[in-house]
Design a protein around this ligand. Structure first.
Ligand SMILES: C[S@@+](CC[C@H](N)C(=O)[O-])C[C@H]1O[C@@H](n2cnc3c(N)ncnc32)[C@H](O)[C@@H]1O
Length: 422
């Protein structure tokens, strides 16, 4: 993979002439890919370029299977990869203050960068750090076999709407085992891997999960809603073999990981820093440590990270209410901007001179707020230079084009990234 030397890069020209030359298919109108469209937006009397193209998603750039852990509002691994390759070299430090499932730090680890992660939600660390230490399958199988299932194990809350009694027994035994290992400070890498996969398999909409059919795995519904789903679908939880499911998902996660990547990741994991704090208060991270930040913040109060995660919190003995107090849930754009201004002042402090920040935001409330336009002045006030906004326009189906379906309508997925330089 080509690394572009950012020191000598004319960024404007690079984005302007960018085209997905690797991508060529029958339906492509132009074998060199689509050209970048550029327009300018005026923010506080200054013009900023906005580049629109399919910058980081194309069929050829498959993401590692290791990323396949679901999390609300996560971005595709191709997004951080694009910026990591553009602005960093091996051993540079890449940071994400709102890590989520760890997309940025895992991608950075796979590319041999040093990583720093942070998220106020403790589930973030549980779901991301174990993937730096991809286990040996035999050892994993052995460990799973040795975790005793206690015949009388029962959960402290009624989970019968999600699980068959035998499944609940296995989940509760595993929960207790992990809790004990943690309390005695002997939770090792295998345990952490099992914890991560089990947390990801608690509920979902196929037989690859522990539960009866429910919503996708990152959006656990309440017990009351699940009872309604069961009535409506006329379903009862059937037995699920939790060990087999954990093993199967582990194999899927590892499937695309090369031997060389295992050691690169392990090294990054051993040097990784991961904090569980508010992104506004990250004093543990030294000044000018970070070459590149790639991140996406919580968008106003769009995602209910606490409610969506209640079952994951239960399994990991985490106080869900405590998290909900800490997670930024801004009701108004003003409130949100105040929080982000403080985040930017931290980012400025910890970014190296000539370092970068790629800040991904969405359009919320049906496009009422274009958060990118609010973010530009916040970064500038913190001291950064804004190099522009990148909009990645991903077309889902090239075929849709030839049948005259408007790609800006249903078939497109956009990310907006505001790019800053220190
Ligand atoms: C949009 S998600 C990030 C997803 C991530 N890019 C990924 O690919 O998984 C936003 C994250 O910010 C976290 N968060 C919310 N408020 C925070 C705060 N004040 N400080 C740090 N993290 C926060 C949430 O827990 C959530 O994981």
């Amino acid at each position: 993979m080509q690394i572009i030397n950012h020191q000598h890069l004319n960024l404007f020209d690079y984005f302007k002439t960018f085209s997905l030359r690797e991508e060529f298919d029958l339906f492509s109108q132009n074998e060199e890919g689509q050209k970048t469209r550029i327009d300018y937006i005026l923010i506080q009397n200054k013009k900023y370029p906005r580049f629109i193209n399919e910058f980081w998603t194309s069929k050829q750039r498959q993401a590692s299977s290791l990323h396949e852990i679901s999390y609300r509002a996560c971005f595709k691994p191709q997004l951080p990869r694009f910026f990591i390759e553009l602005f960093t070299k091996e051993n540079d430090t890449v940071y994400d203050p709102f890590s989520g499932r760890g997309t940025t730090i895992i991608e950075a680890g796979l590319l041999g960068r040093n990583v720093i992660g942070n998220d106020v939600n403790p589930l973030s660390k549980i779901l991301s750090l174990p993937r730096f230490f991809v286990p040996n399958l035999k050892e994993l199988e052995e460990r799973l076999k040795n975790i005793k299932i206690n015949d009388s194990a029962k959960s402290n809350i009624d989970l019968s709407m999600f699980y068959h009694r035998e499944t609940e027994k296995e989940i509760t035994s595993l929960k207790r085992y992990l809790k004990k290992r943690k309390e005695n400070s002997n939770e090792d890498r295998l345990d952490s891997w099992i914890r991560m996969v089990a947390t990801n398999r608690l509920t979902g909409h196929s037989s690859g999960f522990f539960s009866v059919y429910t919503l996708p795995p990152n959006q656990a519904v309440s017990r009351e809603s699940q009872i309604k789903i069961n009535e409506k679908r006329n379903q009862k939880p059937s037995y699920r073999n939790t060990r087999e499911i954990i093993l199967k998902k582990s194999k899927q996660l590892m499937a695309g990981v090369l031997e060389s990547e295992r050691s690169i990741l392990k090294r990054a994991g051993e040097n990784a820093l991961f904090f569980n704090t508010d992104a506004r208060f990250t004093k543990e991270i030294p000044d000018r440590e970070v070459q590149l930040t790639v991140t996406s913040p919580p968008f106003l109060d769009v995602v209910q990270y606490d409610k969506d995660n209640w079952l994951r919190c239960w399994f990991n003995s985490i106080d869900e209410e405590d998290i909900s107090k800490k997670i930024t849930m801004s009701k108004t754009i003003d409130e949100w901007c105040k929080v982000m201004a403080q985040v930017f002042s931290q980012l400025y402090r910890l970014t190296k001179n000539s370092g970068w920040v790629a800040f991904e935001v969405g359009e919320v409330r049906n496009g009422k707020y274009k958060l990118d336009e609010y973010i530009v002045p916040l970064g500038v006030e913190a001291g950064f230079t804004c190099e522009g906004i990148l909009i990645n326009e991903q077309k889902f189906t090239k075929t849709a084009n030839i049948w005259g379906i408007n790609n800006n309508d249903k078939g497109t997925n956009t990310n907006r990234v505001v790019l800053f330089r220190k």
